[in-house]
Every structure is written in C-alpha cells, then in structure tokens.
Design a protein around this ligand. Structure first.
Ligand code: GAR
Length: 195
C-alpha cells in the first residue's frame, strides 16, 4: 500500500460486550475496503464470544474492566495509539465516558434494536428490548443507528428500518428479525457515514 493510500484509510474500533455477530459482519463487510478497516475490537467482558471471533478474524482485541470506562484515560490512550478514527458500538452495554465522546465528537455510532425513541435508555438492551416490545403488543419494531452523545440512546438518528412483530413472536423470534436488519444495513450505514 502506498503512503497516499494509507493517509485516506479510516480505522474503526468496534466496542462489543457479548456475542459479537454484528462485529463479525462488519469485519467481513470491510475486509477488502481500501479506505475503511476494522483495526480493533474492544470489550468490557473477558468471557464475551466476540473475543473468539476477533481471534479467528485476526483482529486485535483489548479487554477493559468497567472501572476503565469511567472517565480514566486508559482507553482513550489505546484508541490514539492504534490511530483509531471512528468508534462503532455493536452490542456494547456500558456508557461511553465523556472524555471519549469529546475526543470522538460525531465519530461514534451505535446500533439499537428498537425504533428509538421507543424502548431505549439505560438497561434496555438485547432481549430486554424485544420482551418490552412484545409486552406492549407493538405491531412493528426495528433498528436505529445513531450518533452517540452523553445520554443513552439519544444521539442524532442516522437511519431506521422496520420489521413486523407477529402476535406469537417470542423475544428470540424478534431478535432474529432484528439481527437480519442489522446485518443488512449497519455496515452500509457505517460506510456512508464515514465516507
Ligand atoms: C444487537 O441486536 C444490538 O442491536 C443490541 O445488542 C445486540 C448485539 O448482538 N444492542 C443493544 O441492545 C444496545 N443497547 P451481537 O452481539 O450478536 O452483535
């Protein structure tokens, strides 16, 4: 790769707390991209399956405990050391500290498995969201991709897509529909936002 090519390369860090199927999908999507690369996977959970995925995919990974996410500069330093330009939250359950939000202003994107502003906020993640949607007898749900600010799930919305909630859907059924939307749209929305 020439120096010129390298200058235009945007380096992503993906933050994920659990399974990491979105993280893997994003890595595959950008694997041959000349301008965007997934350089780092960061987790707060030492037993997260995303670490296995990172290993198989050959992506560098880092684990930080919860305390490192509360305002100290350790993570920020690592992001800088690794020349990270963008942060993607893909199933990441902790709040992003202010120092990172400040340094990556409008460069942090999250995916949430509901049609925000509905069913967002602290403690709303994964199957908890789907259960709440089913309990409320909603006829549709979907995904929201948005910029991250100081408040859980309240940053500017970039993209939403909907799916039908059938009356007999279990949280797992709904999770499957939501994941399909996520795999289809999240990498493309990241690409368009970064370019
Ligand atoms: C995804 O559905 C994502 O939208 C959700 O967690 C799941 C992670 O799946 N994120 C949140 O609930 C954030 N509040 P994955 O680990 O298989 O990518």
């Amino acid at each position: 790769m020439s120096v010129e090519d390298n200058k235009t390369m945007k380096r992503i860090a993906i933050f994920a707390s659990g399974n990491g199927s979105n993280a893997e999908n994003i890595v595959h999507y950008f694997s041959n991209n000349k301008h965007i690369e997934v350089a780092l996977i960061i987790t707060n959970n030492p037993s997260a399956y995303v670490l296995e995925r990172a290993k198989k995919l050959g992506i560098k990974s880092l684990i930080f405990d919860k305390s490192a996410f509360s305002e100290n500069d350790k993570i920020l330093q690592k992001l800088k050391e690794n020349d990270i330009n963008w942060i993607i939250l893909a199933g990441f359950l902790l709040k992003i500290p202010k120092n990172i939000i400040k340094s990556f202003s409008n460069k942090i994107i999250n995916i949430h498995p509901s049609l925000l502003p509905k069913y967002g906020g602290k403690g709303m993640y994964g199957d908890r969201v789907h259960q709440a949607v089913i309990d409320a007898k909603e006829q549709e749900s979907g995904i929201t991709i948005h910029y991250v600010n100081d408040h859980y799930d309240e940053g500017k919305i970039i993209f939403q897509a909907k799916c039908i909630v059938d009356t007999n859907d279990s949280p797992e059924d709904l999770a499957t529909k939501i994941h399909e939307l996520e795999y289809k749209y999240f990498p493309k929305v990241i690409e368009e936002s970064i370019s």
